[in-house]
Design a protein around this ligand. Sequence first.
Ligand code: DPP
Ligand code: ZN
Length: 880
Amino acid sequence: PRSIRLADYRPPMFLIPRTALHFELYEDFTLVHATLGLVRNPASDERGPLRLAGEGLELRELLIDGEAPVASRWRCDAEGLELDDPPEAFELCTTVRIDPRANTALEGLYLSRGMFCTQCEAEGFRRISYFLDRPDVMSVYSVTIDADRRRYPVLLSNGNRTSQRALDDGRHRVVWEDPFPKPSYLFALVAGDLACIEDRFRTRGGRDVALRIYVEEKDLAKGDHAMASLKHAMRWDEERYGREYDLDVFNIVAVDDFNMGAMENKGLNIFNTSCVLACPATTTDAGFQRVEAIVAHEYFHNWSGNRVTCRDWFQLSLKEGFTVFRDAEFSADLGSRDLKRIEDATLLRTAQFAEDAGPLAHPVRPDSYIEINNFYTLTVYEKGAEVVRMLHTLLGEEGFRAGSDLYFERHDGQAVTCDDFIAAMADANDTDLGTFKRWYGQAGTPELTVEDAWDKDSGAYTLTVRQQTPATPGQPGKAPLVIPLALGLLGDAGNLRLTLEGETPDGEQADNTHRVLVLEEPEQSFTFTGLPERPVPALLRGFSAPVRLSYPYRREQLRTLMTRDDDGFVRWDAGQQLMVAALGDVQAARAAGTTPALDPLLAEACAALLDPATPDPAVAAAMLALPGESTLVELAAHAGGADIDAIHDAREWLRAALGEALEDVLVRCVRRHPPAAAYAPVGEQIGPRSLRNTCLGYLATRGDTGLVLARAQLAEADNLTDRLAALRVLAQAGDATERETALEGFYAAWQHEALVVNHWLQLQATLDLPDAVERVTALMEHPAFDLGNPNKVRSLVGAFAGANLVHFHRADGAGYGLLGGVVEALNARNPQIAARLLTPLTKWRTVPVRVEAMRAELSRLAALPALSPDVYEVVSKSLE
Ligand code: DPP
Ligand code: ZN
């Protein structure tokens, strides 16, 4: 397989202003008739044959301007169709036969549970028809769909439906027209026997939009939350970004077999059932929030992605980074800003930092790829969103909005680059973002080292900040970046006023206790003057940049920040650092063969969080939660290499020690937050529920105390959040009989709900039991499991490898063998999922004692015949 490079980008030779597609859908095959109006692109000086992409297509007819071309003037291979000396403008008609039923890769047109659906991003359209399948070729589509009327009463595509009529033989025909030019990756088609819930939305400009969510009849009751979320998102985008919807209908379809979470096809979003269906019995609190966020994310793409799209796939973050930032702000506005920030920072620091430190590290705008599907990554999405957030921080809300308005106005209907986005931001603010742009081209996580100095006599406090970005594959040297470092300084009585050397103290301004320092040099010093006492620096407030920051905090300072800083992220992070320090104590004691002792400062801090006076139970729950094993492994790996067993052991020791020390307070807290009379996924309930279940997790280490509470909760719960929390305690802390009885009982009650069964699989995949590997292997034979369904594979195998670290890394290599076997089985069947599953195995450098076993499994995979480009790329780059 060959690499595609950004440096080789050339504009398309031809454009396709108009596309007409006619689908004849049958169960055992489908005919696709395409009529493309092609014209030479004035922006291209390329000559020679014209290549259209096409894969797995059986060509039945080919006409150029109505005539069959001479055989010597065209050819077809496994990757497409080539036409010699194409006219300057011509009509190309093709008819191809495809087999959606045999499509297990879930790219292009496929059948899922009796329903036809499509997934075209990034390059799925070429599995439907010959086309210039690249995002800078934007076309106006007209789509005709013929199918059996009884089996497929619902026929959908992008845009507005313009006609519908009966055909002979029990078939019917529907025509959809999308007036907005779009790239082929946004094409969508659905045919099935679906029910729908319907609502309306009137845009600010007065357009009445019909909103429909299509689901299987049995799931009809599970669409309301997504519908409410959609309306919130539509209103929010009008208010915060001035963006209105532009068609008469907005359709969402839920499908069970889906590689991604959801897809923003113009006017016809297609969703993985796990990201759209929601009801209290089948969805957790986190699940409800996820549905809201993803519905909003896909809706927001209508502007950031569809109206303005990407020139090429290297620019993926242009739409994804921006849209993730938009959905994060939406969630923060609708829910808890602090918690959203804590969650996003955790994801970034755990998984994205690991990606940035690993063999597949790449910039937010990659320079090359073999398979673009491998680049739908945390770096492109989450770090890309952080880059946009930094722009927001640097330009301020108004400046950012001006930049975004200019971007949409300037580029509406175009396929553009990250440079265009930055240029709009810079132009609207009359500023230069040339150096800032390095964030798009430079991989790796920048490291900030902060030192301070206090001059008691003059009251001057100096912070010296050094930045450095480590080498990553293909990028040995790095330039300094523009980094907004938000901070405050805490004194005994609270926030201190901040005056930098050379500034005149501003006595009037009340809000001068918060600053954003802009770093751009390898080393910079900032001196604050006129301070009454030596402060505790509250650094990186709001996680103002995607960096690692080190400052030698003493534990008392962390305790101060934890209780007293204004910023929720800093408070939480200080608590986490205190826990990391306590875990270090445990590991040190274990290594020295002595008995660990619980840090009294930490015990006291946790007890304070459990105090009835603590204002926000949701934040208290987040602060009480121990840093996850993946976070700890990432930290240890950065410091030289992780001992996963020691980390796990220390974490379990600390959990038990806190459970013991705080047992009474924990029990009281559980009792203080009984289940609500009727479940609702609203903040006022989610916080207390999450705090109660966090306490339950600690109490699981207390034998019967925890088990009794968990049994009662499982028996009485009216919602999945509480049921799963209780089931986890029983399955983890109960004896074998209790565990199996609880798990079997749960399955018996919920086996008819696929999404609940996914949770059941995931819970078992992440149990800390000696036979964890064997349990997962056995579950792969369970009727509930299906290798063809990406959700099931992720829930069982993905969760095991990604979240059950001690057992995945079992010394005999059985965990690696399990994962490798599944990747092998999926390589041909669904290469995209196969490659994605491999991620945990690529992190072999972080686990020094397992390097050989992990590499051995990778090498075994590398030697397999007929590796997909997807798996080949991940395996070969990991072994380099
Ligand atoms: N559907 C995926 C997303 O919205 C890819 N565009 O992120
Ligand atoms: Zn997206």
